[in-house]
Write a protein that binds this ligand. Structure first.
Ligand code: BGC
Length: 543
């Protein structure tokens, strides 16, 4: 008999996102560093995560904290050096943990030597690595495109009287992916890091990399346009999701396939339409994973989450593997946004994230139920809070330092040092939760361990089960059932027979369920069911 196809490692993985500036400071400057990630490998190994995604570690002037790269082949001196990366990859590997880096192919810093060279003269060798355009004959901007960070996407370069394109900050000029030299250079960058043992890349803003070659005007919004599409105040049809972008990802995937095991590409495409999100997987020849922002931004209700998960399952089909994440460095943390700090809801959300069909990505601190931290105006660091004052809360509240211990410095930095962003509630620290069996941290860890042991949870198919209003119940594989009560009242979920494996209220672990599952307000449970589920349980599975 033919060998069954090997399951790629990332399907079974739980990935943990680290914002290195905020994870662990080892040199007492109030800013986290890569040596800090190394120092915390024991913890990460105890937690049971399989891979770390580090937000950009490349050299950068930090206008956008690493998302403005000035050298793709080296490490930001505040974070460490190439030697530290090598040691991290090696030591993490010994713990069975892989390292995924962030790559920013859409734009560079304006201090990158490529751009310095490009803007030096109209005929400079690297001019065409970026997107330049003349003003219109009447002196107007080359087109009407809007930047995701406010204002037009065009910045005038006074010495050459041409504009350059920037879909984010003016100091983040967009690269010109129509120029084959740019593609060749990024192939070299990928191989440079893959050769060092990096397991994959999270690709920043993967749907914006190729722009319309004719730079046509984007059309106005329609009343029916969904929220993420509305953000720019226009329909980004010529500046995003261009068909040619898929050629870039096919090319990158071919580079990934040069390695064994094949390297991983995870895309960031902030899009409402799940069919378009699915398209970035190609025919298993583009990205292996793509973040699901409709899920991130769904309301925390049974109806909204059930709907987005079912729509994802329908758009992806069996061949594409979803990603489930609820927090990251750009959005309010889910314990605040979804759960308003309610520990019961935070536990239920973790139980959901770790039991859906797909790869969960946790953001550092999710396992503690870390909430957003209000940042005083005089300490705001995110350029967006300065660029869009009053309009945008900025992204500092979700980027504050990890809480290791309940003492000055929080175990993050030396007690006398004020960290780069303020600390949150030290009562949530690892130290205060690690030995408490009822804590959020222990729940998260136990769910990760359960997932490791359960082939239903790792690989089983997904089907929605009938449940009363306010409850979302689904099965995984043939014998695992998950039920989540989003309501504020106790509910009885009929036709559930089996044993509770883990409940968000840990006192229920191990309880027998004779036929009706009672769930308290904001309570969730994973059960091993006595009924074998097979075939169609609901209409969705009939499609
Ligand atoms: C990153 C942001 C960054 C932006 C520009 C993204 O979507 O996640 O943090 O500011 O790209 O690079």
């Amino acid at each position: 008999m033919a060998e069954p196809p090997a399951i790629p490692w990332w399907r079974d993985a739980v990935v943990y996102q680290i914002y290195p500036r905020s994870f662990q400071d080892t040199n007492g400057d109030g800013v986290g560093d890569l040596a800090g990630v190394l120092r915390r490998l024991d913890y990460l190994s105890w937690l049971g995560v399989d891979a770390l995604w580090l937000t950009p570690i490349n050299e950068s002037p930090d206008d956008d904290f690493g998302y403005d790269v000035s050298n793709y082949y080296d490490v930001h001196p505040a974070l460490g050096d190439l030697g530290t990366v090598d040691r991290l990859i090696e030591a993490a590997g010994r713990c069975g943990i892989r390292i995924i880096l962030d790559i920013v192919p859409n734009h560079t810093s304006d201090r990158h030597l490529w751009f310095v060279e490009a803007r030096a003269a109209r005929d400079s060798a690297q001019r065409n690595w970026y997107v330049w355009a003349d003003p219109k004959p009447d002196g107007a901007l080359p087109n009407n495109w809007r930047s995701a960070f406010g204002g037009p996407t065009w910045e005038l370069d006074p010495s050459s009287c041409q504009y350059y394109l920037h879909q984010f900050l003016p100091s983040q000029p967009d690269l010109n992916w129509w120029n084959p030299e740019v593609g060749d250079e990024f192939d070299r960058i990928l191989r440079f890091w893959f050769d060092r043992g990096v397991a994959g890349f999270r690709i920043d803003t993967a749907n914006k990399v190729v722009k319309d070659a004719l730079l046509r005007d984007n059309p106005p919004l329609r009343p029916t346009d969904p929220p993420m599409e509305r953000r720019l105040g226009q329909r980004p049809v010529w500046s995003s999701n261009r068909p040619e972008v898929h050629e870039v990802w096919r090319r990158w995937r071919a580079v990934c396939r040069e390695y064994d095991p094949e390297r991983l590409l995870v895309g960031e495409t902030v899009l409402d339409d799940l069919e378009t999100v699915a398209r970035y997987y190609g025919d298993d020849d583009e990205l292996q994973l793509n973040f699901n922002f409709p899920f991130v931004f769904a309301d925390f209700t049974a109806g909204a989450l059930r709907d987005v998960v079912q729509r994802t399952e329908a758009a992806f089909g069996p061949g594409r593997w979803p990603v489930w994440t609820a927090s990251n460095h750009d959005v309010s943390r889910f314990p605040t946004r979804w759960c308003r700090g309610d520990r019961r809801r935070i536990g239920m959300a973790l139980l959901m994230l770790l039991t859906l069909r797909g790869t969960p990505f946790l953001y550092y601190g999710d396992e503690l139920g870390m909430t957003d931290v209000p940042v005083p105006t005089d300490r705001l660091a995110d350029p967006l809070s300065h660029r869009l004052p009053g309009l945008f809360r900025g992204r500092d509240p979700e980027r504050t330092p990890m809480l290791w211990r309940s003492e000055p410095g929080a175990g993050f930095t030396v007690p006398s040092m004020e960290p780069w962003l303020p600390f949150g509630n030290s009562g949530l620290s690892v130290e205060s939760q690690r030995n408490d069996p009822a804590s959020t941290l222990r729940l998260c860890r136990d769910l990760i361990m359960l997932r490791r042991e359960s082939s239903d949870l790792r690989a089983g198919d997904f089907g929605v089960l009938d449940a009363p209003d306010g409850v979302w119940a689904y099965r995984r594989g043939s014998s695992t059932v998950v039920a989540l009560n989003f309501g504020d009242e106790e509910v009885a979920v009929p036709d559930v027979r089996g044993r509770v494996l883990i409940a968000s209220n840990r006192e229920r672990d191990g309880a027998e369920v004779p036929g009706v599952l009672r769930l308290g307000p904001a309570e969730g449970a994973v059960l091993l069911s006595d009924s074998a589920y097979s075939g169609c349980q609901n209409l969705y599975e009939l499609r």
